[in-house]
Design a protein. Structure first.
Length: 226
């Protein structure tokens, strides 16, 4: 993850949209994850369906939702309804990131009677329906790679039992906004978000609330307290 600190600081920000698609499985709540093919943006990482907003998608919030639906169809073959997408979070990248996508995350249930997921084998190399806890365990074991927004989203979903609970959770929460600052703590990258006490100055020892992700190679740790 050290490459997140090697950007120029003036990389333009691109709007993007992601769909966290969920269903009820035998093991409880499952979400659809895709593996980006190496050589693509974020190649080799496991992500949710999504991509950048294109001019044809239109402007504003509705344009973002149309982009989410279009990208989901292109990457999975699934056709979603824009009105069924629930705003879940908005992620703004750190200034040092080599690629900067300001990304809306939407939550949606797998439509009834939906077709099988089909990936093209080009941009997307593989897919899996997985419980959030299983995906996080595979990441901890070093079997798969993720970026912080994906990991934090899985962490939030990990405490929810089924699709109905997840949708109710999304409807019942104000939209979470994550504007990321990265700090290198003796070789361990730490992502900070407001209102973490160290957010403005990058001081990890500052007394006060915590809202951070410690990306320790031995296992990432999410810390959040008032």
């Amino acid at each position: 993850m050290k490459d997140v600190l090697t950007g120029t600081g003036d990389t333009p920000v691109v709007d993007a949209a992601t769909v966290v698609l969920v269903r009820d499985g035998e093991r409880g709540l499952e979400c659809l994850m895709l593996r980006k093919t190496k050589g693509q943006a974020f190649g080799g990482l496991w992500v949710f369906p999504g991509g950048r907003v294109e001019p044809a998608d239109g402007d504003g919030f509705e344009g973002v939702r149309r982009a989410a639906v279009r990208e989901a169809q292109e990457e999975t073959g699934l056709l979603l309804d824009t009105t069924e997408l629930l705003p879940f979070a908005h992620w703004f990248p750190p200034p040092e990131a080599p690629r900067r996508f300001a990304t809306w995350f939407f939550l949606a249930a797998l439509p009834a009677g939906a077709a099988e997921v089909i990936v093209d084998g080009g941009e997307i190399g593989d897919h899996v329906w997985t419980t959030p806890s299983a995906a996080l365990e595979r990441h901890r074991a070093g079997e798969i790679k993720m970026v912080p927004p994906t990991w934090v989203t899985l962490h939030r979903l990990g405490g929810l039992l089924d699709t109905a609970t997840a949708l109710a959770d999304a409807r019942g929460h104000d939209l979470e906004r994550f504007s990321t600052q990265m700090v290198d703590d003796d070789g361990v990258v730490v992502a900070l978000w407001a209102p973490d006490a160290g957010y403005d100055a990058g001081d990890l020892t500052a007394a006060g609330p915590r809202h951070r992700l410690v990306m320790d190679p031995a296992g990432w740790r999410y810390q959040r307290s008032d």
